[in-house]
Design a protein. Structure first.
Lengths: 310, 432
């Protein structure tokens, strides 16, 4: 019906790669506008705010590094929040990665009831942090919570306590709730990575009478290195920004014992009877730089220099 | 050819995108006006009904006007306002409380002196919202801080309420000890979701001990927490706390849960609470309200030894409404405020919300299932001297945060000694 010239013309019409700048812009613009409006602008604005004091009646005053100096030198709550966040991040990252790997190995080794365990361990990942937080506040309740009820049932009533009401136990209790929710995610990622390992390498190890621990340390772990590094970095970033679980479970209390940098930023921005976003922006910027630096260091330190071939 | 195809593609994209965008916009007629209102208290049906009634009333009075109320919980509402207002956006009218003076200093709300009919508002209530001679909010909800108790449990302990309904501080401490010894929770209270209820006992004791002037000085940084009278009060509160006054789950118990704890399960002798208690308690039992036959009583907070004002009581304004300075329909917004503030609406507030109000209302006698409660509440107001405002209305920034962490939770939670509490409060609040 069409000659070859006609077919070529039709091809040009429908080939998006030859559409030219106008067409590209028309299709990219919505996404770019949304990205610029909801990501780029807020980030740039936060950096701008960090160097200013935002005063009533729209007055914005340049303060240079004043906000940073104040928070670094004269804000004990900020340092308390930094300490708590660092502790939470360090412990949670290690438990996330090691715990996730152990659960995955358990399923990979086809433990009894493995399909059921996979569902049970992964289900909390599908729940929102708000739901998990409310659930665990109830579990940790002194009077009618499951934690203390279990201790009483086991005859360990002397150990019962207000898990979220004591500065010495509150952060650890929140951490426990976090692990309950998040371990399943790392488990699934590790399980996928384990299934992707070459069967002949594992088979050869078994033929050489390699024990399970040696196989884990010398065969499996090195081959999972990329997955481990990626999960560590992701886990690290997530924990450094932890907010929702803490907010729901303790609100940063008691006596700032679970205050994290993110909850403190929120409080300074929205609960201090001020519209000055300069100081909280300074905290956010400083924390962004610290996270960026740590991620760069961790990634560089754990980068694989010699690519494994299998 | 290339340019032509590009134009055709853009035109085609426009044909797809534009109707889609236009389709999302409502048809706008010249006479149609929508008044946007953002309100807290989505979970209190009587207040929702009250404000919706005022909205429908305004709509009937002005054809073409629609009042759209968006219902929020408190924290999300204020987070939304704090981002919308600096951007010149936000609703025409919004819920606000008197401690939020930053909205005034930032110029985000306008003076209402010439816009609102102040003849319908109690002068003392207006005063709460008056700053530098201008009034910025219309006070709707008023409440006093009360000490509710379970009559049956008090009788069970063999204790009789004095004629003036006020125990001495020693009698009160003894009552707490007796209740604990009898296996009761003496005071139902929790700080799981609010920065103030844990401090009720302490601040009411401070008000009675210091009197209004020094009490105000204390929370405005002009009086040290190391003042011997303040220390005496804190030592007494510490004794009450150490006697096991509060539930073991004090730190995580939420405000609504503390009501349920008091009147249903497991039950407690006392509940210090604003008189907005009724908003949660006087709803059907299956919705978390108190049992219909619950023996509710109201007593005064204990008298302090050598107290400067043992007849003092905290009264304050809660729910209020303000007009956005960026609103393009300020007059209409003011008419909505007036519609909520007529004497008839004031009467309706008292009869349906069972709570005091800043609106002038001529209610001579009370009827209905909770008439006895309201009569007793009024009885407890006789001869009282009111201090208008709460500490959280007076403190800001670091002092406000420390108040929430120390006087609201850490100290009544038994985590701090008197010296530690004094030191932390002074560091954050005292400017002397």
């Amino acid at each position: 019906m069409f000659g070859s010239a006609g077919r070529d013309a039709a091809k040009v019409e429908i080939d998006a790669r030859r559409g030219g700048l106008g067409v590209l812009l028309a299709f990219l613009a919505p996404a770019l506008i949304i990205y610029a409006g909801f990501t780029i602008y807020p980030v740039l604005r936060t950096f701008y705010n960090a160097f200013h004091a935002i005063k009533p009646q729209g007055v914005v005053e340049f303060v240079g590094f004043g906000n940073f100096t104040a928070l670094l030198l004269a804000d004990p709550v900020f340092w308390k929040a930094v300490t708590n966040t660092a502790l939470f991040t360090l412990v949670a990252t290690i438990v996330d990665v090691v715990g996730g790997l152990l659960l995955a190995l358990c399923l990979f080794a086809r433990a009894p009831l493995a399909p059921l365990l996979r569902v049970i361990w992964f289900t909390p990942v599908l729940m929102s942090y708000v739901v998990v937080g409310i659930l665990w506040v109830w579990i940790f309740d002194y009077d009618w919570g499951l934690a203390n009820a279990s201790l009483r049932w086991l005859g360990l009533g002397a150990l019962e306590q207000s898990w979220l009401g004591q500065p010495s136990t509150a952060l650890w209790s929140v951490l426990f709730a976090h692990e309950w929710k998040w371990l399943g995610f790392n488990m699934i990622v590790f399980l996928a990575a384990l299934h992707a390992l070459p069967a002949e390498v594992l088979g050869a190890a078994e033929l050489d009478n390699c024990g399970w621990l040696a196989k884990l340390i010398y065969i499996i772990a090195p081959m999972l290195r990329t997955t481990i590094v990626n999960l560590m970095v992701l886990s690290f970033i997530g924990k450094m920004m932890v907010f929702d679980l803490i907010w729901v479970m303790t609100g940063g209390g008691p006596l700032w014992s679970t205050e994290t940098v993110s909850t403190y930023v929120y409080k300074r921005a929205f609960e201090w009877n001020t519209f000055d976003l300069g100081y909280p922006s300074a905290i956010a910027v400083l924390w962004f730089v610290i996270i960026l630096a740590f991620v760069a260091i961790v990634t560089r330190a754990l980068r694989q220099r010699d690519r494994l071939e299998f | 050819m290339h340019a032509f195809s590009t134009m055709r593609s853009l035109a085609a994209a426009s044909l797809i995108v534009c109707p889609a965008l236009l389709g999302t916009l409502p048809a706008v007629h010249a006479q149609d006006v929508t008044l946007e209102v953002w309100s807290h208290e989505a979970d209190e049906p009587a207040k929702v009904a009250f404000r919706e009634l005022a909205a429908r009333s305004l709509e009937r009075a002005h054809s073409g006007v629609k009042v759209k109320i968006t219902w929020y919980e408190k924290n999300p509402l204020f987070a939304a306002l704090k981002t919308a207002l600096p951007a010149g956006k936000g609703p025409d009218v919004f819920y606000l409380e008197p401690d939020q003076v930053e909205y005034i200093s930032a110029g985000y709300i306008i003076p209402l002196d010439d816009l609102v009919n102040w003849n319908n508002i109690e002068p003392w209530a207006r005063k709460v919202w008056t700053h530098n001679g201008k009034t910025y909010g219309i006070p709707q909800e008023a409440y006093t801080v009360e000490l509710y108790y379970n009559r049956d449990l008090l009788k069970k302990l063999g204790v009789a309420l004095p004629a003036n309904a006020q125990f001495t501080q020693a009698q009160f401490l003894d009552l707490v000890k007796k209740a604990r010894a009898a296996g009761m929770t003496p005071i139902s209270q929790g700080v799981g979701d609010r920065p103030y209820p844990g401090a009720y006992l302490t601040v009411e004791a401070l008000l009675r001990k210091l009197g209004p002037d020094d009490y105000q000085k204390l929370f405005t940084g002009k009086l040290s927490f190391a003042d011997p009278r303040v220390v005496e009060v804190l030592q007494w509160v510490k004794e009450v706390v150490d006697a096991g006054a509060y539930p073991k789950n004090f730190m995580t118990l939420k405000l609504g849960e503390s009501h349920y704890y008091f009147y249903t399960k497991p039950g407690a002798l006392l509940l210090p609470m604003g008189s907005f208690y009724t908003g949660r308690a006087f709803v059907p039992e299956d919705k978390g309200g108190q049992p219909p036959d619950f023996p509710l009583g109201i007593m005064q907070f204990p008298a302090m030894d050598r107290g400067a004002c043992n007849e003092c009581k905290t009264s304050t304004i809660g729910a209020s409404f303000a007009i956005n300075a960026a609103s393009k329909q300020k007059q209409l917004a003011a008419e909505f405020l007036n519609a909520m503030s007529t004497p008839q609406m004031g009467k309706m507030w008292i009869e349906t919300v069972y709570l005091q109000t800043g609106i002038k209302a001529d209610v001579k006698s009370f009827s209905g299932p909770h008439a006895a409660y309201f009569t007793e509440l009024m009885e407890r107001q006789k001869g009282e001297k009111y201090f208008i405002g709460q500490p959280r209305d007076m403190v800001t920034g670091e002092c406000k945060d420390t108040f929430a962490q120390v006087l609201n939770s850490g100290f009544p939670g038994g985590l701090l000694s008197v010296d530690q509490a004094v030191g932390m409060m002074n560091k954050a609040c005292y400017k002397g």
